[in-house]
Design a protein around this ligand. Structure first.
Ligand code: NAD
Length: 367
């Protein structure tokens, strides 16, 4: 059962102490969010799951700027309230602490749902594989049921991981992928493939208005420094004065999209009427070895690059074919890697010292 936070609610005093403290800081930061002068949409009420995470929090910001009433929902398993604390004082924003793998209830009308709740980094989903499978299967089912009952349009966050270790390059939406269902990454990849299948089934059989975005590696402020993804890992190592770790020989490639570009693509996809899966990402591909060298140059670190064994099923190459997004949404990335990295590095540099040495997140279920 979903309950909005209240000081005597079911989540305990400690939780509300955190919320209250965050709210004070949030009031000081609220001025940073102002409404856009040129809203693209005509507003409405939107539920964003995974709101306290990296992408979810940026989406909350964007939809508030566009004049929407936003309900952020999150169980905080990998997310952090500090990503959305600046929104708490706004009347356009509500936060529900809830696990979307359980039944979701929202009162009143609802126009849109963005389902972004899911651990996204291998270091997280390898530690919480069952929760990862549940949030993209049961969680997606719950979100689709809610969309059906409210007549809402729903967009689900899929991933380039549905292509697995791709045998086609660059990857376009017609490629069906090369995924090992029982490998360690299968818990994420297969959950997302199921998510796409059930979303399409709700569209076909229940006529729910659906969108599927296949997101390629995205970066920017509010990523966690210790979440194991290449970009924060390299920057964290540089800031701590450690050597930069490259897995394998570093010839595997990735294509990094700056978060503002991704959010723009998602906004346009939601407002379109395109129901088939769509890639959103930046096709500017780079090997991880060259990327580590770029980070060394950016940060000015004197450390060197060290090599470790490649993890199982690590994809060798990743590059989105974004022809469809260009054609249907008139969208393409506008922030180049040098610009985006500079902004992201400034964000990490501004973090309190203790954040730099924080260990990767541990989870209750592991103890
Ligand atoms: P994140 O870990 O920063 O955010 C995920 C959020 O979902 C967290 O706040 C977490 O607490 C919440 N969450 C997880 N399980 C939940 C549950 N059962 N109920 C409620 N909340 C729950 O990750 P992110 O990078 O922001 O990714 C967001 C979405 O985008 C994910 O669905 C991910 O698969 C997808 N995606 C991200 C990327 C990327 O590069 N960041 C790439 C492809 C796909």
């Amino acid at each position: 059962m979903l309950l909005p936070p209240s000081p005597k609610g079911e989540f305990g005093e400690q939780y509300f102490d955190v919320l209250n403290n965050k709210t004070i800081v949030a009031e000081q930061n609220a001025k940073n969010i102002s409404k856009s002068n040129t809203p693209l949409g005509d507003g409405g009420k939107i539920l964003i799951t995974g709101a306290a995470g990296f992408l979810g929090s940026h989406l909350c910001d964007r939809f508030i700027k566009e004049g929407f009433q936003v309900i952020g929902m999150d169980n905080l398993i990998t997310g952090d309230l500090k990503n959305i604390e600046h929104l708490f004082p706004l009347k356009e924003f509500e936060f529900y602490h809830h696990d979307v793998s359980k039944f979701i209830h929202v009162t009143g009308k609802l126009d849109y749902i963005l389902h972004f709740a899911s651990p996204a980094s291998p270091i997280d989903y390898l530690k919480i594989p069952i929760q990862t499978l549940k949030v993209s299967s049961l969680g997606t089912h719950n979100c689709l049921g809610l969309a059906k009952s409210k007549g809402a349009t729903i967009l689900v966050a899929s991933t380039s991981e549905v292509y697995g270790d791709p045998l086609v390059h660059p990857q376009n939406e017609d490629y069906w992928g090369n995924v090992n269902p029982v490998g360690p990454r299968g818990v994420y990849d297969e959950a997302k493939r199921f998510q796409e299948a059930i979303t399409m089934a709700y569209h076909t059989f229940h006529k729910v208005d659906t969108r599927i975005v296949r997101i390629f590696n995205t970066y920017g402020p509010r990523m966690r420094l210790n979440d194991g993804r290449a970009l924060p890992a390299f920057i964290g190592q540089a800031l701590r004065g450690e050597d930069l770790t490259v897995f394998g020989d570093g010839s595997q490639t990735r294509s990094f999209c700056y978060v503002d570009d991704l959010v723009e693509g998602i906004y346009r996809l939601l407002m379109s009427n395109y129901v088939q899966p769509m890639n959103i990402g930046n096709p500017d591909e780079i090997s991880l070895l060259d990327f580590a060298k770029e980070i060394i140059q950016l940060t000015g670190t004197k450390q060197k690059i060290v090599f470790k064994d490649l993890p199982t099923d690590d994809p060798k190459q990743r590059q989105p074919d974004i022809s469809l997004a260009k054609k249907i949404l008139d969208w393409q990335p506008t922030v180049n890697r040098a610009e985006g990295l500079k902004i992201t590095y400034e964000y990490f540099k501004g973090m309190p010292k203790e954040e730099l040495n924080k260990l990767p997140k541990e989870f209750e279920s592991m103890k």
